[in-house]
Design a protein around this ligand. Sequence first.
Ligand SMILES: [Fe+2]
Length: 370
Amino acid sequence: MQSLFPKETHFPSQVLCQKGCLADLAKETAPFGARGIVVHGASLEKKGLTETFAESFQKLKLVPEFFCRARGEPTLEEIRQVIQKGRAHRADWVLGIGGGSVLDLAKAAAGLFHAKQPPVYYQEGGALLEKGLPFIAVPTTAGSGSEATPNAVIINPEKKVKLSIRHPDFLAQKVLLDVELLQGLPFSVMCQSGMDAWVQAYESFISKYATWFSESYALKAIQLINRHLLPALTNGREEDLNGLLLGSFFSGIAFSHSRLGVIHGIAHPLGVLYGVPHGLVCSVCFAPSVKLNLPVIRQKYEIMSQTVGADFLTRITGVLAELKISSPFKGKAILEQEKIIRETLQSGSTTANPKPVTPEDVQFLLDEIF
Ligand SMILES: [Fe+2]
């Protein structure tokens, strides 16, 4: 019989979800101490928000130091840089404001702030004994669900691998969900991050480790993203953006209690080898994964179809077509095929896939997208 409840739960300590709550960022940060590091991306600077924050922090006598990260997904070296900057600044907290990459970097830097070993040690499974700094998360995209999870996905460029560093203490002490931050996002960012959240919710819902608890969040995320993704992209209405923001948050809560599946297993090696954005890799693996798993998820497939109001596979292929998402791998040679297959099979996400994944199954996915 399926379990109702996971062995343990992981929730951010406090979540504020209200339009305009970003205006209270300094007030909400103040209880964690006067000094901190704000990790962000270049778009925040372009919008003039770093100056606005600096002023509001100053009014409350907070002393932030800003760390603007480069494009792409975060690396071990970047964690070291944020920690170094934070230690020099005598930081009391780390705040991440941005997309999944920014939040993952800020989360790892906060969690490993007092760690005795270099970040790679913990990525390779070393035990973390030292408590880090409080982490405050403000997502500016609706996609990764990183604000809700205790793990950070980090690239080790030397070994060409992308792996999670996770610890229950990494969970955000405070999350601010402000729909206004999603307004004006580039189409490609909103569409790929939205599809990532949908894939996460789907993989969580069908996961071998799913419980009634995780399924409830996953199904609500599927419903919200299905209903709001296309309208949010075409009209940018607040109601739709808010649906996406919550759908993404719920997908994070869901998969941090169930793990994911083979899409996230294969997405990491493919993302590193080809430099393709995570959301795009997940999007193009979505339909092939459904085809692969269908024989063992018939009942859940029906539930997902009812939730989206159409045959599930038809619906997702229709949405992908409408978003003009096609495989960036089509026609390319498969690089390091054995490495991709080996890493996909070793991935913790793949172990949660409902159909036990064989090398032939990974090959099937590769053949579908190349
Ligand atoms: Fe993802």
